[in-house]
Write a protein that binds this ligand. Structure first.
Ligand SMILES: [Zn+2]
Length: 428
């Protein structure tokens, strides 16, 4: 890659990266083209790259969809990605860590995520469509800004690499797979010492209701758990011997109602949603199976954990009432985390110097496995905080018209590069 020399040039480069990535969105753990793009973008820079099993322990994920992996691997091959690389990403995971600097000072981590969503991107009056960078793949879209996150991560690496040999410490940018659905992308990366060794970590998000020019430097997210519940009954002829049946549909329907009837919790706010329910084969047979997916989101870990117990009790009782058996799979989860105020203060100070306005601590009502990074670093004596870099958005996150103000790319890269340099310049 030709060297980037000025701030203006880097800004243009980040917009180009973002628009390229926007056209090739990939779902969680399937970021074959995206990870390859990151590798190409840092090629030739004075950086250290960790990939595959060096960057994550894929055995730690909560769920990975094999059929989906096959589809996206095929797309990557069609797009000309090296088959060996695709195979390695498939086997060991698509996460990457890029490290810059060589000094013995502090080690600072920045975490960005790379995955997209199963959303059909809007056409017509929508900037990516008007400007010719709409998703190439119908039904998959960067509808949460993770294309921007990846571009910001590349921007930070590129900016810092210009004076890599003068850095008194090291900065690691974690390019995480599979944030959406909290299927264990974060958990698979924090399982390796690359995260635990950090003195400070800053996972980022853009938008999320924070306007352009503002930065929220101490963000909390909801603890979340996602369940897939399988009810197993027995199909019987409904007139010949209905008494022999065990009705999985009724068990699941009762469970859905009972779960939505759970009371509020006095110690925290939570939301529970049964989002899918499928059951049965035909009207003349007692429904022998039902599958339900539900999620809980709580502003306190203790409330999340309390509800995990209640969900199990309710589905088991409803299954028993219909003589069904039940299995409960947790296919996604993320903990809550508490941001470090001292680190948030440094970010606020740098934000002020860049004419960005700091916001007070806030709770974002969403699950985000960015918290895995903060908890892992704090557990080893370091500090961490989740931040949101402000951007106006064209529509809500995860919506077909979602788009962000690309000026956030320059704001984010400048804020993070400058904060990282300040942190590694402090004594350990
Ligand atoms: Zn997101």
């Amino acid at each position: 890659m030709r060297a980037v020399t000025g701030a203006r040039e880097l800004q243009d480069r980040m917009v180009a990266w973002r628009r390229d990535l926007h056209q090739r969105p990939e779902l969680g753990f399937c970021e074959f083209q995206t990870a390859s793009y990151v590798l190409d973008a840092v090629e030739g820079l004075p950086v250290r790259v960790f990939r595959g099993a060096e960057a994550q322990d894929i055995s730690r994920v909560y769920s990975r969809n094999e059929a989906r992996l096959a589809t996206f691997a095929e797309r990557a091959l069609e797009a000309g990605i090296d088959p060996e690389q695709v195979e390695r990403f498939r086997r060991e995971g698509t996460g990457l860590v890029v490290e810059v600097g060589a000094g013995n000072g502090p080690l600072v981590g920045i975490r960005v995520d790379m995955d997209a969503l199963p959303v059909l991107e809007a056409d017509g009056n929508h900037l990516p469509a008007r400007e010719g960078f709409r998703s190439r793949y119908d039904g998959v879209m960067h509808a949460c800004g993770h294309d921007g996150h990846t571009a910001i991560g590349l921007g930070v690496i590129t900016a810092l690499s210009r004076f890599a040999d003068q850095l008194p410490g090291r900065v690691r940018v974690f390019f995480q797979p599979a944030e959406e659905g909290t299927m264990g992308g974060g958990a698979s990366m924090v399982a390796l010492p690359l995260v635990g060794e950090l003195d400070a970590v800053i996972p980022i998000h853009i938008g999320l209701g924070v306007p352009s020019g503002k930065v929220a430097s101490a963000v909390r997210y909801m603890a979340t758990t996602k369940f897939r519940v399988r009810f197993k009954g027995h199909g019987a002829h409904v007139t010949a011997e209905p008494q022999a049946g065990a009705n999985a549909l009724l068990a699941a329907a009762a469970a859905a109602q009972q779960l939505h009837g759970l009371p509020p919790h006095s110690e925290g706010w939570y939301s529970l949603n049964v989002g899918t329910l499928h059951a049965g084969d035909e009207q003349g047979i007692t429904p022998p199976w039902a599958v339900m997916e539900l999620g809980i989101w709580a502003d306190k870990q203790s409330v999340n954990d309390f509800l995990v117990g209640r969900v199990k009790e309710v589905v088991e009782a409803c299954a028993a009432a219909q003589a069904c058996s039940v299995t409960i799979e947790v296919f996604g989860k993320a903990p809550s985390a508490v941001p470090d105020a001292t680190l948030a203060e440094v970010i606020d100070e740098v934000a002020g110097e860049l004419a960005l306005s700091p916001l007070p601590p806030m709770l974002c009502k969403a699950g985000e496995d960015a918290t895995e990074f903060v908890n892992a670093v704090q557990a080893h004596g370091g500090v961490g905080t989740m931040i949101i870099i402000g951007s106006e958005i064209a529509a809500g996150h995860h919506q077909p018209h979602f788009d962000f103000d690309e000026r956030v790319l320059a704001d984010g890269a400048a804020l993070l590069a400058k904060t990282a340099v300040r942190l590694i310049s402090q004594s350990r």
